[in-house]
Design a protein around this ligand. Structure first.
Ligand code: PLP
Length: 436
């Protein structure tokens, strides 16, 4: 605690029962923030340097990067970068100024929307500046206080936060559990009959932590019985799943039954921005009611032009998706052959589940990075149950079979060391080295 923080605490103690707003913030840094002193710069906020690719630099050393959602390898494509550079030279980063409704609208925004709609097989699309904010705002716009939301309990934070804005009733269903969904739809239906509202079901095309696809086909089968509309966040499915890359709905042959489709440009498009796609009447409504776009500056032209180029590559270069899946299959099969538990993934997202404590997980990840040159994300309690370690690998089209082989060898080695107690012993040393 620095002198300023101490003085805030002192002042607030003298104020009787009322607390200074910052007192709680200083005392309690939150569920993730409390790990900052041990984790920052290494486990969280790490700096990956060099061109975005299969191998980057971490703290000056080359690592195989398994934590970047550049699924199709577009981030460092010379063609993509030259379109980005040309757009920057022509428009700068400001154009167009203002919200779409007021002064920030262009032919290129419209063109991108038309092309996106066609790509995901919907009538119409609407651009969003950021996926997260857009999703929050879309949920807010789609429901009134009389409507009921039913959503998967493991949903991404943008869905959770969108639901928080909802003034009416909401129910969660157990993750990807159709029986639980039905139970909650029963409740929702009864409630909607009282309020005179409708039901919105929200789920994901692919759940980004464990890699399972949302059970869209089974969900769609319940539509007739419960008369709901379906909103799917397909951040990880767009560009990676389905015959043409249109996502999880196409993969499961239910794209037409998704009433509102969402995807971000932040993953397979290796850009920034996002979009919603639906029937024209719904998009027309959203254009006039989606607060994150009505009251915010339009998506800058650099990103619009960049997204047009990336989308063109998604459409015309199926070899990128083919290469991605060659790598996904090589990695996932290799892990399974070596007896690793990769859960129930049905997408590119490749989780590896191991048993161990948080300090063991930290020692293990340090070993992977320092001694094997492998950089992957680590997920621990409370995101997953206590005692489990989830190492999350994101294969991309830029990975090579050598990267995969080296990773498999490294994973076998770290598993033996985890099982023989090496990390239990090392974790004390790791904590000491990190200033604990
Ligand atoms: C499932 C899901 N939805 C939404 C988002 C947010 O998208 P954006 O990064 O464009 O804000 C993400 C993360 O990028 C995501 O994984």
């Amino acid at each position: 605690m620095n002198a300023n923080e101490k003085s805030i605490l002192l002042q607030s103690n003298q104020l009787g029962v009322m607390r200074d707003l910052f007192e709680r913030i200083i005392e309690n840094k939150g569920p993730l923030g409390k790990w900052a002193s041990q984790a920052e710069g290494y486990f969280v906020f790490p700096k990956l340097e060099g061109p975005i690719s299969n191998r980057m630099k971490f703290q000056g050393k080359e690592v195989i990067t398994w934590s970047i959602n550049d699924y199709l390898g577009l981030a460092n494509s010379p063609d993509v970068k030259s379109v980005d550079a040309e757009a920057a030279a022509e428009y700068g980063s400001a154009y167009p100024m203002g919200a779409r409704m007021m002064s920030g609208h262009t032919d290129s925004h419209e063109q991108l929307e038309q092309e996106l709609a066609a790509f995901v097989q919907k009538e119409s699309a609407y651009l969003l500046n950021f996926g997260y904010q857009g999703m929050v705002s879309a949920i807010d716009a789609l429901v009134s206080k009389d409507d009921i939301i039913v959503y998967d309990v493991d949903s991404h934070a943008c869905i959770i936060d969108g639901v928080r804005l909802h003034m009416g009733k909401r129910f969660t269903f157990k993750h990807n559990d159709i029986e639980s969904l039905e139970k909650n739809l029963e409740r929702a239906k009864k409630m909607a009959e009282q309020t005179g509202g409708g039901i919105l079901v929200i789920t994901e095309g692919v759940f980004g932590m464990r890699g399972e696809q949302g059970k869209l086909k089974e969900i769609v089968n319940l539509k007739k019985k419960y008369n709901f509309r379906l909103f799917v966040d397909d951040a990880h499915g767009f560009g990676t799943l389905g015959k043409t890359g249109a996502g999880a709905g196409e993969e499961q042959e239910v794209q037409d039954d998704i009433d509102v489709y969402f995807a971000t440009f932040a993953k397979s498009m290796a850009g920034i921005g996002a979009f919603l796609a639906a029937d024209k009447g719904i998009i027309d409504y959203l254009k006039y009611n989606l607060r994150s776009q009505m009251f915010a500056k339009s998506l800058p032209m650099i990103y619009v032009k960049g997204a047009l180029k990336r989308l063109d590559m998604l459409r015309t270069m199926p070899e990128l998706k083919a290469k991605l899946w060659e790598n996904v299959n090589a990695l996932q099969n290799g892990l399974k052959e070596r007896g690793f538990d990769i859960g129930t993934t049905t997408s590119c997202v490749t989780p590896v589940y191991l048993n161990g404590s948080i300090p063991e997980a930290m020692a293990l990840v340090k070993d992977l990075r320092e001694n094997y040159g492998i950089f992957c994300s680590i997920v621990v309690y409370p995101v997953i149950p206590k005692g489990l370690i989830l190492l999350r690998l994101i294969p991309t089209a830029t990975h090579t079979l050598t990267d995969i082989e080296e990773t498999l060898v490294a994973f076998s080695a770290i598993r033996s060391r985890l099982e023989n107690g090496t990390y239990k012993r090392l974790s004390a040393a790791v904590a000491a080295a990190m200033g604990e």
